[in-house]
Design a binder for this molecule. Structure first.
Ligand SMILES: O=C(O)CCC(=O)C(=O)O
Ligand SMILES: [Fe+2]
Length: 363
């Protein structure tokens, strides 16, 4: 028989007892509990979105060609994607396909454990504050999550969950090489050579998030994750073949009309990469972070594993002087990345509004 929940024991069951949203659905729940019902402007349905009609092909970039005769075209394609749609697929990326499969399996293995095993990593009791299961109550996402921040290999071996430590560490390292390569190209195009001294600014804080989106009794009322832009420089995403991610078009063009949402179907073996707010700021608005969100389905649960490349928390983020010189003025003021992150966290899911925190409005 399905369990009956009121708001208080719902919180206990999902968060305190570690069952997650996955546990809710497995209890036989057939109706979305009130706290998970999204306000109308956050819902993803056919009346206020175009998710069915618009299945658009994002740029697909063969990154191995950076080392081949197509080098210039690939650089151009990367720059164009970062300047326009802000999201692109890459293939021949150097991450073994088997690693991607193992990563998704590891995510399933972690979330398939009984609640008491996952509870070990709950905020406050986790053996490391850098490994946290459960996520937050912000936005009431229909999603369970394990967040893992990289500190050192030693810490990874000591504190990360056994089901995923090896594979997540390998993923983080190989995707770091890929992110560095892409950032080198993008930053070079701004007239700046990316060297080791800038590592802290571009990827001082790396974190992997294991996301599990259970089936929803009514996907039109819930969201896997609400509309937001990522706050760092780049995000690399591994996902299974279920789909559900959509992005907002920023200007009229080949991907649709400004303000339309387009669904991004997964491409097997490809990685999905997007620009975050910090790179928009550093590039003085030339590269664009993108509003995106994830819908649930009522038939299939989904896993995704983003690796976020963020500036270190004490890094100062501001438009690169070379770019400001060329543009004539800075569009954003300098801030500590830590302050930017806190502001974004407090805002919740408000699309790209986070950038207003640093935007310089002309007099
Ligand atoms: O699951 C996805 O496809 C995207 C997740 C995401 O946008 C995020 O974790 O920031
Ligand atoms: Fe995101």
């Amino acid at each position: 028989m399905a369990l009956h929940f009121d708001t208080i024991n719902l919180f206990d069951f999902v968060v305190k007892e570690g069952n997650g949203v996955k546990g809710l659905i497995e209890s036989g729940l057939s109706k979305v509990p009130d706290v998970y019902i999204q306000p109308v402007d956050q819902r993803i349905n056919k009346t206020n979105n175009i998710i069915d009609a618009q299945i658009v092909q994002l740029p697909l970039i063969d990154i191995s060609e950076l080392d081949g005769p197509q080098h210039d075209q690939v650089e151009k394609a990367l720059v164009k994607a970062a300047e326009t749609v802000g999201f692109f697929h890459v293939v021949n990326h150097g991450l073994p396909i088997q690693l991607l499969e193992e990563l998704k399996d590891a995510a399933h293995m972690f979330f398939n454990q009984p609640a008491e095993k996952k509870l070990v990593y709950q905020k406050g009791v986790s053996p490391s504050p850098l490994v946290v299961y459960g996520g937050t109550t912000v936005g009431h996402k229909w999603r369970d999550n394990l967040m893992i921040i990289y500190n050192s290999d030693d810490d990874a071996y000591k504190y990360w969950p056994d089901q995923c430590k090896e594979v997540v560490l390998k993923y983080m390292k190989t995707s770091t090489e890929l992110a560095r390569r892409i950032l080198e190209v993008l930053v070079k195009h701004l007239g700046v050579e990316l060297d080791d001294s800038m590592e802290e600014t571009y990827m001082g804080l790396r974190l992997v998030s294991l996301n599990y989106y259970p089936t929803s009794p009514d996907p039109e009322l819930t969201v896997g994750i609400g509309k937001h832009s990522d706050i760092g420089t780049l995000t690399i995403l591994v996902q299974d073949d279920i789909g559900g991610l959509s992005i907002k078009v920023q200007e009229d063009g080949e991907f649709g009309k400004e303000g339309e949402w387009i669904e991004v179907p997964p491409i097997p073996g490809a990685l999905l990469i997007n620009i975050g707010d910090a790179l928009q700021i550093l590039s003085n608005g030339k590269y664009r972070s993108v509003e995106h969100r994830v819908r649930n389905t009522n038939t299939q649960s989904r896993v995704s594993v983003p690796c976020f490349f963020n500036p270190g928390s004490m890094a100062k983020i501001a438009p690169l002087p070379k770019v400001v010189e060329k543009d004539g003025k800075a569009k954003y003021k300098e801030c500590l990345f830590q302050d930017y992150g806190s502001h974004a966290f407090a805002q919740g899911y408000q699309g790209k509004k986070n950038l207003d925190f640093v935007k310089i409005t002309s007099p």
